[in-house]
Design a protein around this ligand. Structure first.
Ligand SMILES: Nc1ncnc2c1ncn2[C@@H]1O[C@H](COP(=O)(O)OP(=O)(O)OP(=O)(O)O)[C@@H](O)[C@H]1O
Length: 383
């Protein structure tokens, strides 16, 4: 709840002996909020300007796109990524063909609400929408999976299936790249988790702004340096605009389902169905650090970026799944192993240390007694 209440601290208009604080950017309007990232006190107009401008700079500096490319936007609960991508594409003439791509995990009362939002975005931003569902791709909804496996471990299914579903949807759309709304908080959290778990392979790649360049469809994260609190502030503004335009009857109508998901996932520490305590601790720790030092999130990302793997460390070799052809460092990809378990009524197959199709228990511990660096799962540690 704190995130929702403290989106961006509103600056009291009269401070220090009744003087009105001016926006430190335009020096004309009254400051209305304090940027979580820099603590600058600025007006709303300048906030929306710098918010988009910073993302534009990240896109340009990292050469994320080329004119003429087809780009799928991974669209889940929040509309900010779709909005920012379509605005920047228009304002800065990126020349991109944008599409919305949504994965329906089959979670009653959650995804059906957010799919409504995505369908609204299709109309508002004039972007074609493709929805792919777990049911169609795998024959199982998350509701059905949870019924079989329970609440424990289901984040493994959700994360692995979603990742592959996004790739499959992107392939159906024949796009060149997929963008996701992973933000600075997500990345800092993942850096920390990978350090805590000693997952060198993932640690080395989790800060990349583009991943999967050697695979079928590269993924980019234009919000890599954007704070979650600022994304939420932007979402608030969009909902106000949508209400003014009559697209929704009240910001609350759209905000409440989204907030419910956020609160639910905060309680569950990672996702609506996922009691992933480890990620929750990392999240809380980062929030504490941010309170003391607002730049902490960016500093953790920087540490992850500067991390170098010793050349003597053995890294997993990427191949393809013998069953479905998806990228995999094992005989079968994780999704096929999990699916095999579900279909055989052995849902724990492929989870943790149970013996899987790939003989994972054997491979978990090498002859040296050291853990295989690819073997540990904790929700989504890859982007
Ligand atoms: N069901 C989905 N369909 C399409 N894209 C998804 C889906 N779930 C996640 N993504 C993509 O992955 C990104 C990060 O997902 P994550 O679950 O961490 O956050 P989220 O709370 O669902 O996302 P957001 O609040 O940005 O919408 C999302 O911003 C989105 O781009």
């Amino acid at each position: 709840m704190e995130e929702a209440q403290m989106v961006v601290e509103v600056v009291k208009s009269k401070e220090h002996g009744g003087r009105i604080r001016q926006c430190t950017i335009c020096n004309q309007r009254r400051a209305a909020l304090k940027r979580p990232k820099t603590l600058e006190q600025i007006c709303r107009e300048c906030f929306y300007g710098v918010f988009e401008e910073e993302i534009h700079r990240v896109i340009v500096d990292n050469q994320l796109f080329k004119p003429g490319e087809r780009i799928a936007i991974g669209a889940s609960d929040s509309t900010v990524l779709a909005y920012v991508m379509s605005e920047l594409n228009r304002h800065h003439n990126y020349g991109l063909d944008l599409f919305l791509l949504s994965v329906d995990e089959g979670i009653t009362g959650y995804r059906d609400d957010s799919l409504e939002t995505v369908k609204r975005n299709e109309i508002q931003y004039g972007l074609p929408l493709k929805v792919v569902s777990y049911k169609d791709l795998y024959g199982w909804t998350m509701d059905e999976i949870v019924k079989m496996i329970g609440l424990k471990n289901n984040c493994t299914f959700c994360g692995v299936f979603r990742r592959q579903a996004l790739d499959r949807g992107a392939a159906l759309l024949k796009v060149d790249k997929l963008v996701t709304g992973h933000n600075a908080d997500d990345i800092a959290e993942t850096v920390l988790l990978n350090i805590l778990r000693g997952d060198i392979a993932r640690l080395s790649r989790c800060t990349f702004i583009t991943t999967g360049e050697d695979g079928p469809i590269p993924r980019c994260k234009p919000f890599k340096y954007t704070y979650e609190k600022e994304i939420m502030q932007n979402l608030n503004q969009q909902l106000r605009m949508h209400t003014l335009r009559g697209w929704i009857t009240s910001p609350l109508n759209a905000f409440i389902p989204w907030l419910t998901v956020k609160v639910f996932s905060t309680i569950n520490n990672a996702g609506i169905y996922s009691p992933n305590a480890y990620r929750g601790f990392a999240r809380e720790f980062i929030k504490d650090l941010e309170r003391i030092r607002p730049r902490a999130i960016l500093d953790i990302i920087k540490s992850g970026e500067d991390f170098r793997i010793a050349t003597s460390t053995k890294m997993p070799e990427q191949g393809t799944c013998e069953r479905c052809g998806y990228i995999s460092s094992q005989k079968w990809c994780k999704a096929c192993v999990l699916l095999e378990g579900l279909n055989r009524g052995l849902p724990k197959l492929g989870i943790g240390r149970s013996r899987g199709v790939n003989g994972e228990r054997n491979k978990d511990v090498k002859q040296t007694g050291k853990k295989n660096i690819e073997s540990k799962q904790c929700g989504t540690l890859d982007f």
